[in-house]
Design a protein around this ligand. Sequence first.
Ligand code: S3P
Length: 179
Amino acid sequence: MTAARHIANIALIGFMGTGKSTVGRLVAEQLKFDLLDTDALIEERSGKKITEIFAKNGEAAFRELESQLVAELAKRTRVVISTGGGLPTNPANLASLKPHSLVVCLWAAPENIFARVREQSHRPLLHDSDPLGRIRSLLAAREKFYKQADVLLNSDLRSAREVAAQVISQFRLATRVRK
Ligand code: S3P
């Protein structure tokens, strides 16, 4: 049975480099919501960078920290939750977010994702001899999870501001009082 939904937050999901952090910041500013970035909070709490957690404790340990954090969010309201790219691959995480959050997925083509992340080194899953190939295969494997979002927004042809405006408009539609 699906839990009743009382949408009070926005959760941004989507692959690395699709703009979740930037869009999340803009949406939170405009709605005067708090901003919670799951990766940043995990780093803050553990005192370790994500690359270090992956290297020392393994991906499974990181996923466990992600799930613990998601489970804590049920009582929050007026928060924009910007999530790590792999978070929706555990169905329990989306099931836990949906009762209180409008789940919006940002989508982008692999080539555009690659162009955005190629100069960055903080994502252990892209430390690969063929990062574009890795992006393509991970994206294909994760597509079915991302498509479970309430709203799917392509960020290829839109600026972060435009994507943020779309997110806000979808949130207003989802939370309007129906007569
Ligand atoms: C990951 C995405 C990263 C971070 C970690 C794993 C993933 O977050 O959570 O490196 O599995 O896609 P961003 O999507 O914010 O880069």
